[in-house]
Design a protein around this ligand. Structure first.
Ligand code: RVK
Ligand code: MG
Ligand code: MG
Length: 295
């Protein structure tokens, strides 16, 4: 399996997970709204904020030939569209940045300590791809990128966890959950990483009780990595069925899990039928190919 196939697998897995999970996120009302918006382009699998921000991250890395936090922040802010279903805090922070407020000020305007939502984690995979060979650079760039909208330590570390998991999946790390359990992480993450290693093939309700399925980064990032690792040897469809069975923030857990699964298994193992209907498939593929060519 080529590096380029894995890069494509990662970004397409993220977007496909997001799009397939979106109708299941939140309550009945949210599902109805999402289906109504989706109806505007029949047959197309529409991605949400998770896919929009991850694509923008990848395209910013490509456009700059590397990581430029101000360019990435500007790109996110300019592209943020209301009908992609952003988190309420993130939407406001991005609107402030678009209006010219420096991101270092905007990121604590809504929540004084910054957001601990999973918005930094859901878009972090492209940084894991780009910096896969350099752990220190990966950490530094991911912390800076996460801080733009998610300054809270738990929000930041969610980003770190997903970027690191992506890089580890690319190089076939044998025990990915153990490799992620490092001393620099908050106890909220370390406890869940320990639990995830012990869960084995637990029932969905047990997984949710131990790891969570919420919009907070510490209640979804480990859940997603666990789901991906559990399904590394299984079809992508099984991963999606499992994530839907967990409920909660389904699109985001599916996006994060899809990215890690795709980095490990490559695009060739993604299911052809939904992939053919994925909105902007060619753009995700082009961004992945350009990233793979750069490093
Ligand atoms: C709609 C108190 C806090 C907090 C803090 C809570 C999309 C808030 C995607 C906040 C993802 C929510 C998701 C999400 C991504 C965060 N104190 N409460 N310090 N920090 N929260 O708004 O990008 O679906 O209830 O920053 O992280 O599909 O509204 O957005 O599921 O977490 O949104 O945090 O959300 P935000 P985000
Ligand atoms: Mg979303
Ligand atoms: Mg979500």
């Amino acid at each position: 399996m080529s590096v380029s196939d894995r890069f494509r697998g990662c970004l397409l897995g993220l977007a496909l997970g997001d799009a397939l999970g979106a109708p299941f996120e939140g309550g009945v009302f949210a599902g109805v709204v999402w289906r109504a918006i989706g109806l505007r382009s029949p047959g197309v699998l529409r991605y949400t904020d998770d896919g929009e921000m991850a694509l923008a991250s990848a395209e910013s890395l490509v456009a700059c030939g590397g990581f430029d936090v101000d360019h990435m922040a500007r790109t996110w802010a300019e592209r943020c569209s209301w009908d992609r279903g952003y988190g309420p805090g993130a939407r406001k922070v991005l609107a402030l940045i678009r209006d010219g407020v420096p991101w270092r000020e905007a990121n604590t305007r809504v929540f004084p300590q910054g957001s601990f939502g999973n918005g930094a984690a859901m878009r972090a995979a492209p940084l894991g791809l780009f910096f896969r060979g350099d752990a220190a650079a990966l950490d530094a760039a991911t912390i800076e990128a996460s801080r733009v909208t998610h300054a809270h330590p738990l929000g930041l570390q969610g980003g770190l966890l997903l970027a690191r998991a992506t890089a580890l999946a690319l190089r076939d790390e044998a025990d990915l959950l153990a490799a992620l359990d490092t001393a620099d992480l908050d106890a909220e993450y370390r406890r869940r990483l320990g639990d995830a290693r012990r869960l084995g093939r637990a029932l969905p309700a047990e997984v949710v009780a131990a790891l969570g399925h919420g919009v907070a980064a510490h209640e979804s990032a480990v859940t997603a990595v666990y789901a991906a690792v559990r399904h590394f040897g299984a079809p992508f469809e099984d991963l999606m069925t499992f994530v839907v069975s967990l409920g909660g923030d389904v699109d985001t857990i599916a996006a994060m899990a899809g990215a890690v699964w795709g980095a490990r298994n490559g695009a060739a193992r993604l299911p052809a039928e939904p992939l053919a209907r994925l909105e902007d498939r060619a753009r995700f593929e082009a961004a992945a190919a350009a990233l793979a060519a750069q490093r």
